[in-house]
Design a protein around this ligand. Structure first.
Ligand SMILES: Nc1ncnc2c1ncn2[C@@H]1O[C@H](COP(=O)(O)OP(=O)(O)O)[C@@H](O)[C@H]1O
Ligand SMILES: [Mg+2]
Length: 212
């Protein structure tokens, strides 16, 4: 069973968007997928509720509740959607659940500054410092013609972690989210650019490099 977490202390960075799209990708690959939503806002669970029963099923677990259920026995992939503003002991406890960790960062000075200290904190967390979990970075909601995007690329490239890809700001994510889908379940032509941008994420997550 793979355990993949999407985390960033900052709200709105794209954790739920990446968690749900990753879940939808693996569901389209006939994998048994579970999403554990650790955010009491429950955005991933709301996404699942909007999902048509005709689509490949994904199990949803309210990880923020006490006595949350466990992933089904035959689950292939567990995707964990983390809440914002987790720090300290709470962060270590959460991160211990994952072997593979994706960190989306937005192209904004505030987000980059917050990400710098969050990444530092994450690297110092026992599971990560003991190499029991692998981290990678994603630039989210970017436009590559902007100065701030280049600053974000510089920043992410300088973190001594794999910087996987840039995901553009696209209404495809918004439309997919409304319907409980991912870009891999939308029209291939309309989402071709997004799928290309996702390629490095899929490759990394499937590779040994993302596993301790
Ligand atoms: N690449 C993107 N393009 C367009 N909208 C995006 C993108 N990534 C996230 N969003 C939107 O930004 C908002 C915050 O994203 P979300 O994934 O909920 O962040 P988080 O879970 O980190 O709080 C949502 O409305 C989402 O649809
Ligand atoms: Mg969220």
């Amino acid at each position: 069973m793979r355990q993949i977490m999407v985390i960033n202390a900052k709200g709105g960075s794209g954790k739920t968007t990446i968690a749900t799209n990753l879940a939808s990708y693996f569901a389209t690959q006939n994998k048994k997928v579970t999403i554990i939503d650790y955010d009491p806002q429950g955005s991933s669970l709301a996404w699942l509720e909007a999902r048509s029963p005709a689509k490949p099923p994904i199990q949803g677990i309210a990880g923020f509740k006490r006595n949350a259920e466990r992933p089904k026995r035959n689950t292939d992939i567990v995707i964990m959607d983390a809440p914002a503003a987790v720090h300290g002991g709470e962060l270590s406890k959460l991160v211990r659940k994952a072997k593979t960790i994706l960190i989306p960062v937005l192209p904004s000075p505030i987000d980059m500054r917050a990400a710098a200290s969050f990444i530092k904190e994450l690297k110092a967390c026992a599971p990560v410092s003991q190499k029991k979990a692998k981290l990678a970075l994603i630039a989210n909601r970017s436009r590559d013609i902007t100065n701030i995007f280049w600053e974000l690329e510089d920043f992410l490239s300088g973190q001594r972690l794999p910087y996987l890809t840039m995901l553009r700001d696209s209404q495809n994510y918004v439309r997919a989210a409304e319907r409980g889908l991912g870009i891999y379940e939308m029209g291939p032509a309309a989402t071709a650019v997004d799928r290309d941008q996702w390629d490095p994420i899929i490759k990394w997550v499937k590779s040994k490099r993302s596993q301790p």
